[in-house]
Design a protein around this ligand. Structure first.
Ligand SMILES: NC(=O)c1ccc[n+]([C@@H]2O[C@H](COP(=O)([O-])OP(=O)(O)OC[C@H]3O[C@@H](n4cnc5c(N)ncnc54)[C@H](OP(=O)(O)O)[C@@H]3O)[C@@H](O)[C@H]2O)c1
Length: 287
């Protein structure tokens, strides 16, 4: 059984599937995407993380949400056990011909996109809706008020923020109260700058969801940051990715990880990280 934790009112798995690689650039196609989601669910994963903006720049929009809907529709397991989280506020664009991510945090846009998300996910109410990324053009509180409206109207059950600072987390909690259940920020051995928000999430009683928990797959980064994780992995006879995820989960009971995958093999390995008991000697070697 995959490690379970409480994310707000949801009793779900501490390790979720990050859907993004299945539908952005360099994905391996719809059939592989559905196979990957089914493999994760069959192995006990009960949390899927997607977003309105998980599609290829210039291509059909919302393909991530459409893939999740199709995978759940064709899965033979208990659909109602699966927490599906999505996000609004980002869209895809091009800069100098390269695919990029742009933001629109205006209340009108967030409300419109959230309704489109619910429609494409095939639900009346989205389980967990994140505000994807602050928009410097819009006061943060105005974007969060839109999230409040969406929750009040029943478009979303619970709210979350993403790429948020401590100050923004506090603004969101002031507006959403106990409907703010999570902050989703980048956190991994190559990106520890958000450690303050991980600690703050525990202080204010919300969950911390690590995005790109394995460092992501798109940008070059300093591989040597993973060296101590590889030493620990050798001791336990597991992949170093499992050690990374177990180390993140050991930061607190309020921590969740959503590793991405292009194929079943990687998510199936990642889901075992909850079974890995790191010793005090292991943890002493890690950041
Ligand atoms: N809120 C935000 O702004 C934001 C931003 C970025 C991402 N996210 C979310 O976070 C999720 C995860 O981030 P990510 O996909 O960028 O990066 P990631 O989870 O750090 O890394 C994914 C890569 O790691 C590989 N991998 C995963 N598990 C592995 C294992 N056990 N052994 C070996 N390799 C493994 C995958 O390999 P294969 O390709 O071979 O399968 C994939 O290439 C996304 O899918 C998305 O849902 C959110």
């Amino acid at each position: 059984m995959v490690l379970q934790r409480n994310l707000g009112p949801f009793d779900t798995t501490a390790i979720g599937l990050g859907e993004m690689p299945l539908t952005i650039e360099n994905n391996l196609g719809t059939a592989k995407g559905i196979e990957t989601i089914h493999a994760a669910l069959d192995a006990g994963c009960r949390q899927i993380d997607t977003a309105w903006a998980y599609y290829c720049s210039g291509g059909e929009e919302q393909t991530g949400e459409k893939l999740v809907r199709e995978a759940l529709k064709t899965w033979n397991g208990p659909r109602d056990e699966v927490l599906v989280a999505t996000k609004v506020g980002h869209f895809r664009n091009f800069t100098d011909g390269q695919p990029t991510w742009d933001v629109d945090g205006s209340p009108e846009n967030l409300i419109r996109r959230a309704k489109e998300s619910a429609y494409e996910l095939g639900v009346d109410t989205i389980d967990l809706l994140y505000f994807h990324r602050p928009d410097p053009k819009i006061p943060y509180g105005e974007s969060i008020e839109a999230l409040r409206e969406l929750i009040d109207e029943g478009v979303a059950r619970e709210g979350g923020v993403s790429n948020a600072s401590i100050e923004q987390m506090d603004i969101a909690q002031e507006i959403l109260g106990d409907r703010l259940i999570a902050v989703q920020n980048q956190y991994s051995p190559i990106y520890l700058d958000t450690a303050d928000t991980l600690e703050h999430a525990a202080r204010i009683g919300i969950s911390f969801v690590c995005w790109s928990p394995l460092g992501g797959f798109r940008k070059p980064y300093d591989e040597s940051k993973f060296d101590p994780f590889k030493v620990v992995a050798n001791r336990h006879g597991v992949s170093y990715q499992q050690v990374v995820l177990a180390w993140e989960l050991a930061k607190g009971d309020h921590v969740f990880v959503i590793p991405g995958a292009h194929r079943p093999e990687t998510i199936l390995d990642s889901l075992k990280a909850g079974d890995l008991a790191l010793t005090p000697e292991d943890l002493a070697m890690l950041p």
